[in-house]
Ligand binder design. Structure first.
Ligand code: HEC
Ligand code: HEC
Length: 315
């Protein structure tokens, strides 16, 4: 886990290529700005339900030793995924977890094609893949550092590994008019325990159990609260393309990816919103993204929410 990394990793970010429009600012629930709390919440020996592994809580701080709670859930990790190359290259597992399932703060990279993964590293490296928030958000900064440090053979091994794994979503999408109040702790929204409030025009993606989430337990569910009616509305937008091509034309019939475009089904809705926003407003650019521009050109904030809610709800 990432208490120490938060202090160093997000500070060296590329300047944003574009400016966020005033009438459509980057939503703070999708571009969560990490909040550094004093120290790790864990002491002594820790474990998670169903795992035989017991570790010293100090290990959680080490970007070369993300705990592998359930080795039976994935193939043997190549060295770059499990350990990285200290001190420059962090282990992929540190942020994406050993099986690549990630969280709202990173991305699910399980089941992406190897060629797409390699292309995205080139895009991060070139700066064409950036972020609407220049500092402190769970966005492209960490990946710029990774892309600058990774060597070609390491990237090949990591890409082949994640491409070979089957993605199983741990996200539960719940339509709700009223949601628990939330706050930012470390790099994630969590319930703050002080009651509830209207959801408004937001998606709130919160770990069901923040403690397990921070320990990197990928079997622990993440709840995505979405506005009532958004799944059905999102489905209509995705299936029609809303004036542009239907998403399935490029992303595959069940939106599970194709030779041209990555999978979308079951992926984190706040991750999806970040990408749609970044592409629409010029923070994620490049030749491949050009195909997405007619799709995002007229999206409203509620369209992005509805589309992300529907995509995340797909199995
Ligand atoms: C320090 C944290 C961190 C580490 C270490 C890290 N990543 Fe990431 N990665 C992220 C974040 C955060 C994002 C989401 C960026 C965004 O929202 O645009 C991301 C996004 C990605 C994406 C884009 C996913 C998509 O669907 O386009 C790929 C691919 C990826 N990472 C692969 C890797 C690989 C392979 C490694 C190891 C070599 C790695 N990452 C190491 C934090 C990290
Ligand atoms: C004409 C082809 C095409 C169509 C139609 C299309 N996309 Fe895409 N989409 C792409 C390509 C290509 C990429 C990868 C861009 C890159 O490599 O950076 C992409 C990337 C994305 C991403 C980022 C995924 C990630 O892992 O980071 C999202 C989200 C997305 N598309 C959503 C949609 C939605 C929603 C629709 C329908 C409204 C749609 N796309 C329709 C071609 C298309």
């Amino acid at each position: 886990m990432r208490w120490r990394w938060m202090l160093v990793g997000w500070l060296a970010l590329a300047l944003p290529a574009a400016a966020a429009p005033k009438d459509d600012p980057p939503p703070d629930w999708a571009f969560v700005v990490a909040k550094v709390l004093p120290g790790s919440p864990f002491k002594g020996t820790v474990t998670v339900p169903g795992s035989a592994l017991r570790i010293d809580a100090k290990v959680l701080d080490d970007p070369a030793r993300e705990p592998d709670w359930f080795p039976q859930d994935h193939a043997t990790m190549p060295d770059v995924v499990a350990h990285g190359r200290p001190p420059k290259l962090f282990a992929c597992a540190f942020c994406h977890l050993p099986n690549g399932v990630g969280g709202p703060d990173s991305a699910a990279i399980t089941g992406l094609s190897a060629s797409y993964i390699e292309r995205e590293f080139a895009e991060f490296r070139s700066g064409r893949r950036g972020c609407a928030i220049p500092k402190g958000a769970q966005c492209s900064g960490a990946m710029h550092d990774e892309a600058a440090a990774v060597m070609a053979d390491e990237l090949k091994a990591a890409a082949a590994y994640f491409a070979s794994q089957t993605y199983v979503s741990r996200i539960k999408v719940v339509e709700a008019a009223t949601v628990p109040k939330t706050k930012v702790e470390f790099y994630s929204l969590v319930r703050d325990g002080t009651g509830s409030e209207p959801i408004g025009n937001r998606i709130l993606e919160v770990p069901d159990d923040a403690r397990l989430f921070w320990l990197g337990d990928w079997r622990a569910p993440v709840i995505a609260y979405v506005p009532p009616g958004s799944i059905a509305r999102g489905r209509a937008l995705v299936e029609s393309g809303d004036g542009a091509a239907p998403c399935a034309v490029c992303h595959g019939a069940k939106l599970q990816g194709s030779a041209i475009a990555p999978p979308l089904a079951g992926r984190s809705p706040t991750y999806i919103v970040r990408q749609l926003y970044n592409m629409q407003h010029g923070f994620r650019t490049g030749p491949a993204v050009a195909q997405m521009l007619p799709e995002v050109a007229h999206m409203t904030p509620s369209d992005r929410i509805a589309i992300a809610a529907y995509l995340a709800s797909m199995k």
